[in-house]
Design a protein around this ligand. Structure first.
Ligand code: 5GP
Ligand code: MN
Length: 332
């Protein structure tokens, strides 16, 4: 039995042997962490277990179609006033990614860390990590098989959403035969692919469009057009009445320009706090860059948060990108 299979068995046993669970999705939740958390919650419910789903903040309303969505507690608005001994974290590359939800862990807490990020620091007592999984949801599918937890349309919908969103609609290079096989099986449970794609990938908010107008107006190309940088100031966010989810997908406008190797989006989430999103086309490992700046992610999609102003963050990130481009022979 491989190390990974053994850890899947450990996680399944953990779910069967205990009763009262906390399930944590990562900060700035996406479709994968939300779908994975909900799928695990539904499996526990089928086993007759109690469980609480939590996120440090708000989960984007566009994921509201997933069964159980309304059960996700926004910790910022609803403090729980208690701690938990049995914890499952999904899609969180390191313990910082669970954010303020860390305050809900009892001193004796056992944490099962289920994730697919190569930068995962194995912060759990049980670490179910498969870095070649396209999404954490793919691991959740394998967890259901390992634990013989029955999959129904609701669970299938949540897992499918994780697969769909982390592969960019089955387009990114992480779209393996295994992903397509699992997706096909999930469709057989009654998943509605058109509706899910419409909600997760096609629909954009008016606020997103307003931000896009501003960000494209300030688009800058660097290093002989190998890097495309977009900036969103705190004033842009407040003046367009945008929420963090309205930023989703913005970074791809830079990356998608022909000839560009890395797209970067710098967002001043609060004065003095800059969120950096990095996307690369084929050569630069942006997870390494993000990691060197205190963040993490995948080779083609990564991020970090920097303290300081927008210009300062831009300078730092561009310097790192210059080094990385030189490393892969693209800085001529
Ligand atoms: P995004 O740019 O969409 O926020 O994130 C892209 C990828 O990088 C995702 O896989 C996300 O989990 C990861 N990521 C983003 N920000 C951070 C961070 O601050 N720390 C870590 N470890 N990973 C991050
Ligand atoms: Mn993921």
């Amino acid at each position: 039995m491989s190390e990974y299979t053994a850890r899947l068995q450990d996680a399944a046993r953990f779910m069967r042997e205990h009763d009262d669970f906390l399930i944590i999705s990562h900060v700035s939740p996406d479709g994968d962490t939300t779908g994975s958390a909900l799928a695990v919650g539904l499996m526990l419910e089928q086993l007759g277990k109690r469980c609480t789903l939590v996120n440090e903040g708000e989960t984007p309303a566009k994921f509201g179609f997933m069964p159980g969505f309304e059960r996700i507690v926004n910790l910022r608005e609803q403090p729980l006033g208690r701690t938990f001994s049995c914890v499952i974290a999904v899609d969180a590359a390191d313990s910082k990614r669970i954010g303020e939800a860390a305050s809900l862990l009892a001193p004796d807490a056992r944490v099962v860390n289920i994730d697919h990020h190569p930068t995962n620091d194995r912060f759990g007592q049980v670490n179910v990590i498969r870095t070649d999984a396209a999404a954490t949801a793919e691991i959740i599918y394998e967890l259901a098989a390992a634990g013989q937890f029955p999959v129904d349309e609701s669970i299938a919908t949540c897992i499918y959403t994780g697969l769909l969103t982390d592969t960019g609609g089955f387009r990114y290079s992480n779209t393996t035969p295994r992903v397509m096989e699992i997706a096909a099986r999930l469709l057989a449970y009654g998943v509605k692919p058109g509706e899910i794609a419409e909600r997760c990938l096609e629909s954009i908010t008016l606020e997103h469009v307003h931000l896009l107008q501003r960000a494209l107006g300030a688009l800058k190309l660097h290093y002989r057009n190998r890097v495309a940088a977009l900036k969103v100031s705190h004033a842009d966010l407040t003046e367009t009445n945008a929420s963090p989810e309205d930023l989703s997908g913005l970074v791809n406008y830079g990356r998608n320009i022909e000839g560009v190797e890395v797209g970067v989006l710098l967002t001043e989430n609060a004065p003095g706090v800059v969120k950096v999103s990095l996307r690369s086309r084929s050569l630069v490992d942006v997870a390494e860059i993000a990691k060197s700046l205190g963040g993490g992610g995948h080779a083609r999609a990564a991020g970090c948060t920097l303290q300081g102003g927008l210009e300062q963050a831009e300078e730092l990130v561009l310097a790192k990108l210059g080094e990385a481009l030189a490393g892969v022979g693209l800085r001529d």
